[in-house]
Design a protein around this ligand. Structure first.
Ligand code: NAP
Length: 291
């Protein structure tokens, strides 16, 4: 029982978590859901309770990192039942399977559990989601904290880094600007951008330290998406004039966004000495590692 089972290892966060575990020589196994290019990972659907139970019984992990989710905020708003199936029922299936073998559960969660009226938020601030995605992540958090063995909820936000499908904010910015296309970026969404490899290292460190409860793990600076885009474009040597600042309202998105959001990392920094990189260092590292 030393293996860590990373559910959602084909995704942005999960792929970096499994890499961080393996970099440390730790035993890790990951799963995918629909990604074709990740055939080394067995397929698992967290909505299928029997399959989740069978996999957990077979692997007998010490810890399960639950990074499998429907993380598309707009899709969750449009199809709330589908979001509930994966993000809430799927979490319940994982917690039930973990209880059978006493595996700890780490849930990756989000600052979208807050309303964005008064960020940045601390671990003990009152949750008040304003979107379906945020509400379902609150339900998932409650299940893990109440019922999982050794529960840990790691909240993060605006994660960016190398990713097979290149769908995170910085990856999209890079591909749009490199192609000479304009990109519209909100001027009124404030957050704490987080570099995926740093988040993954923080998750692994928290697990190894036996941390429990809710911990915030985010980058060490708070800024608007516009500032993030401009600073990243500068590091990447791309044309900042193609970045157009607009209000969130002008984007016409279905799901409400917590505007004054972001997280305070007081617990991670104070108790575990975990610090994460700022934007310039992270984007530079990302571009070097892309070759
Ligand atoms: N990205 C962010 O900025 C951010 C911020 C805060 C919190 N988070 C949280 O971090 C977690 C991971 O997000 P992410 O950005 O890494 O998302 P992602 O890149 O979309 O990855 C999601 C992962 O979940 C898997 N998955 C989807 N549906 C599944 C199902 N029914 N059964 C099993 N696996 C399923 C996907 O598999 P396939 O790819 O193989 O289909 C993929 O591996 C989520 O809980 C999200 O709420 C993310």
């Amino acid at each position: 029982m030393t293996t860590t089972l990373v559910l959602g290892a084909s995704g942005l966060v999960g792929s970096h978590v499994i890499a961080a575990l393996r970099d440390l020589g730790l035993e890790a196994m990951g799963t995918r859901f629909s990604m074709d290019g990740a055939r080394d990972l067995p397929r698992l659907d967290v909505r299928d309770g029997a399959s989740v139970a069978a996999m957990v019984a077979r692997v007998r992990p010490a810890t399960i990192v639950l990074a499998a989710a429907t993380a598309d905020v707009e899709a969750c708003e449009t199809e709330p039942a589908a979001s509930y199936d994966v993000n809430v029922r799927g979490t319940a299936n994982v917690v039930a399977a973990a209880r059978q073998c006493g595996a700890g559960v780490v849930l990756v969660s989000t600052d979208y559990v807050f309303d964005g009226q008064a960020g940045p938020y601390r671990e003990n601030d009152t949750v008040r989601p304003i979107s379906t995605y945020g509400l379902h992540k609150v339900f998932a958090e409650l299940q893990v904290i109440a019922h999982a063995p050794n529960p840990l909820v790691v909240r993060t936000t605006v994660v960016f880094g190398r990713e097979a499908r290149g769908k995170n904010f910085i990856a999209r910015l890079f591909s749009e600007l490199e192609a000479g296309r304009c990109i519209k970026v909100p001027i009124d969404q404030v957050g704490t951008p987080t570099y995926a490899p740093d988040l993954a290292q923080a998750i692994v460190a928290l697990v190894r330290a036996g941390a429990g409860g809710v911990v915030h793990a985010v980058g060490n600076e708070r800024m608007t998406r516009l500032e993030l885009a401009q600073r990243a474009a500068q590091v990447l040597g791309l044309d900042c004039s193609l970045i157009e600042g607009v209000t969130t309202e002008m984007l016409g998105q279905r799901a409400a966004r917590p505007l004054s959001a972001g997280l305070v990392t007081s617990r991670a920094v104070a108790e575990l000495g975990i610090e994460m990189r700022g934007v310039e260092a992270a984007v530079a590292d990302m571009s070097w590692s892309t070759g």
